[in-house]
Design a protein around this ligand. Structure first.
Ligand SMILES: [Zn+2]
Length: 558
C-alpha cells in the first residue's frame, strides 16, 4: 500500500516528495475511513493526512500513522465514507441566507394557508417594513391558481407585501406595495416582463420576470448588518450539509462587500466564487480582474447573464408553443433585447478574460446562447474559456453536439428534475421531456456536468441532488422507478459532478474536487456509504463532519 501512497504523492507534489517518511507532522489525520479520492488511478484509500490546510498524504491507516504527532487532531471515521467537500456550482448565497429570515410559504398547501401565513407575519412586522421572500408554489394548490393582491389585502392591508414564486420568475404584490411602486392599470408591460391584469385591465398584483422590477426597485435596501446576519446563517447552513464551495450567482455590490469583509476576518467557512451580472462586466474588466482572481476563499472573474425565464412561469423560451399555454413560446430576458447588446457585452467580457455563465432553460434560449458563444469564440480566438450554460434544462436534440464541440459546461441542478418532473409533461408534452434535465445524454455526448442546487430556489442539500440524479424519483413519490429513467446517471457520476465537475467549472480543479496530495483539505464524512446504499435511500444519508481547509466547521451531534 506504500505504492499507493507514492502514486498519489506523485500526482500532487512531484518527484521532490518521493520519500517514505513524512517530513512533517499532520495537523489533522482522518483514519479508518472509506475515502473516495476522485482520482481514477487510486480511487479508494483509508486515511488522509492534512498539513497547513491542504492534503499532505493519502493512504492506509497504518501507513499514515507516521504523520501522527502530539499536536495532531485525529478523527477516527469508524469505517464511514469520506468524500471531497461538495461544491455547489449555482447558488444565490445571500438570497438563501435572507430566506432563512423570511416568511416561508414553500410548504403552504393551499391559497388559504398562503394568506394565513402572510397575515401572521404582518402582525409581527413593524410599520414601514416589507414582507418579502416566500417562495410559494402554486402547483401545490388544488386547483393550481396564481395568487392575487386581493388574497393578500384581506390579511395585510397596510403592510407592503411582495412575495415571489419559488423559482424567482414571478412575484405577487398586495395593493399597498403596488401603490408605493406606482403600478396602475396605465403601467405598460416592460420589455421582458408582464404585468398580469384582470378583465377590467387592472393589475392583479402578479408580476412576471422583468415586471418584478417595477416593485422591487422601491423595496428598501438591505442594511450591512442584515446582510452579515444572512451570510452567517447561510455559512452555517452550508457547513451542516457538507457544502465547502459555492459559485454565487448575481451578487450585488453590497453582497460582495459583505463577502470580502468576512474573507478578511477569516469568517468564511465556505469558499465563494462570485459571478456578478454581465450587465456590469466592465466593473471587473476595468480593474484587470480575470477568471479565478482572488484567494482560496473568495474569487471573482466570472459574469452571470439571463437568456430567458423559467418553465414554471411559462417564461422559458422554446421553439414551439407550450403544450398547456399554446398562445406563448415564453420570453427572452430583457438583457437579450436587443440581442446585439448582449453579443457586444459577452464578447467584450470574454476578451477581458472573464468567464461567461448564462442562464438558459427553454430549448430556443439554449440554442441562441450556443450561437452567441460560437460568435464570441470566433471573435476572440481559441482559449480555455469554459463557457457555462446555467440550468440547460430543455435541450434541442441537435444541440448536445454543440455543447461538446464548444466545450460548454452544463451547470445543472438535479433537484429541479425531481421537482419539475411532477408537472413538466403537462406543460411541454411527451417529446420535449425526453431531453429535459438530460444528464445521461450530456455525459454520453462528452459534455461536462457541474452540479448545484440553485438555492434558495431548491434546497441546498447536495445529497438530495445526488438522489434526484441517480433515481430520477419525483418529490411527490409518483415516479419511484424514475421520471424519464433513461436520463439516470450513476452515484459516482453524480458525486463527480458535485465535486470535480463544479471545480472544473470555476477553474479550480488543481485545488478542489479530489483528495490528492496538494489539494485543499475540503472534506466531508457521511453517515452512510453513498456508493453502496440502496439508491432510494440515498436521500437519508447525512453529513456527519464537514472540514474546510483542514478545519472542522461542522460536526453533527451524535
Ligand atoms: Zn439561479
Amino acid at each position: 500500500m506504500r505504492t499507493a501512497l507514492f502514486l498519489l504523492a506523485l500526482v500532487g507534489f512531484g518527484a521532490a516528495c518521493r520519500t517514505s517518511a513524512p517530513a512533517m507532522v499532520a495537523d489533522l489525520l482522518i483514519v479508518n475511513a472509506r475515502v473516495w479520492t476522485g482520482v481514477p488511478a487510486e480511487p479508494e484509500a483509508e486515511a488522509v493526512a492534512v498539513v497547513g490546510g491542504r492534503v499532505a498524504a493519502i493512504g492506509t491507516t497504518s501507513a499514515l500513522s507516521a504523520w501522527r504527532g502530539p499536536s495532531t487532531r485525529v478523527i477516527d471515521a469508524g469505517g464511514a465514507r469520506v468524500l471531497p467537500g461538495f461544491n455547489d456550482s449555482h447558488v444565490h448565497f445571500m438570497g438563501g441566507g435572507l430566506q432563512l429570515d423570511h416568511v416561508d410559504l414553500r410548504q403552504a398547501p393551499s391559497t388559504e394557508a398562503f394568506a394565513r401565513l402572510i397575515g401572521e407575519r404582518a402582525q409581527q412586522t413593524p410599520p414601514g417594513a416589507w414582507i418579502l421572500g416566500g417562495d410559494w408554489d402554486d402547483q401545490l394548490w388544488d386547483p393550481p391558481v396564481l395568487p392575487t393582491r386581493q388574497l393578500i389585502d384581506a390579511v395585510a392591508a397596510t403592510t407592503p407585501v411582495f412575495v415571489n414564486r419559488f423559482d424567482g420568475h414571478m412575484a405577487v404584490a398586495n395593493t399597498a406595495a403596488l401603490r408605493l411602486a406606482g403600478v396602475t392599470a396605465a403601467t405598460p408591460d416592460p420589455p421582458g416582463g408582464v404585468v398580469v391584469r384582470d378583465a377590467a385591465g387592472n393589475p392583479t398584483g402578479l408580476l412576471k420576470d422583468a415586471a418584478m422590477g417595477l416593485v422591487s426597485r422601491v423595496v428598501p435596501p438591505f442594511t450591512p448588518a442584515r446582510r452579515a446576519q444572512a451570510l452567517a446563517r447561510a455559512l452555517a447552513h452550508a457547513a451542516s450539509l457538507g457544502v465547502t464551495s459555492v459559485r454565487d450567482m448575481g451578487p450585488d455590490a453590497g453582497d460582495l462587500a459583505t463577502y470580502a469583509g468576512f474573507a478578511e476576518a477569516g469568517r468564511l467557512t465556505v469558499r465563494l466564487s462570485a459571478a456578478p451580472s454581465e450587465l456590469q462586466w466592465a466593473d471587473q474588466a476595468r480593474l484587470g480582474i480575470r477568471r479565478g482572481f482572488g484567494t482560496p476563499f473568495f474569487t471573482l472573474g466570472a459574469v452571470k447573464g439571463f437568456a430567458d425565464g423559467s418553465l414554471g412561469s411559462t417564461t422559458a423560451y422554446f421553439f414551439e408553443p407550450y403544450t398547456d399555454a399554446p398562445a406563448t413560446r415564453g420570453l427572452l430576458a430583457d438583457e437579450m433585447i436587443p440581442i446585439e447588446g448582449m453579443r457586444e457585452r459577452l464578447t467584450s467580457a470574454d476578451a477581458a478574460g472573464l468567464q461567461l455563465c448564462i442562464h438558459a432553460i427553454g430549448d430556443q434560449a439554449i440554442s441562441v446562447v450556443l450561437d452567441l458563444f460560437t460568435g464570441v469564440a470566433q471573435a476572440n480566438g481559441a482559449r480555455d474559456r469554459r463557457f457555462r450554460i446555467e440550468h440547460a434544462q430543455h435541450v434541442a436534440p441537435g444541440d448536445f453536439e454543440r455543447f461538446a464541440s464548444l466545450g460548454v459546461i452544463a451547470a445543472v441542478q438535479p433537484y429541479h428534475a425531481a421537482d419539475d418532473g411532477r408537472w413538466a409533461e403537462r406543460r411541454i408534452g411527451p417529446d420535449r421531456i425526453q431531453t429535459t434535465y438530460a444528464f445521461r445524454t450530456f455525459l454520453d455526448k462528452g459534455v461536462r456536468l457541474a452540479f448545484g442546487s440553485d438555492w434558495p430556489v431548491a434546497p441546498l442539500d447536495p445529497i438530495l441532488g445526488i438522489h434526484a440524479a441517480v433515481t430520477r424519483a419525483t418529490i411527490d413519490g409518483k415516479n419511484p422507478g424514475g421520471w424519464v429513467p433513461a436520463q439516470k446517471i450513476t452515484v459516482e457520476e453524480a458525486v463527480r459532478a458535485y465535486t470535480a465537475g463544479s471545480a472544473f467549472a470555476e477553474f479550480t480543479e488543481a485545488d478542489k474536487g479530489t483528495l490528492a496530495p496538494g489539494a485543499l483539505a475540503d472534506i466531508v464524512i457521511l453517515s452512510e456509504d453513498i456508493f453502496t446504499i440502496v439508491p432510494a435511500r440515498i436521500r437519508d444519508v447525512k453529513v456527519r463532519t464537514t472540514i474546510v481547509g483542514g478545519r472542522v466547521v461542522f460536526d453533527a451531534p451524535r
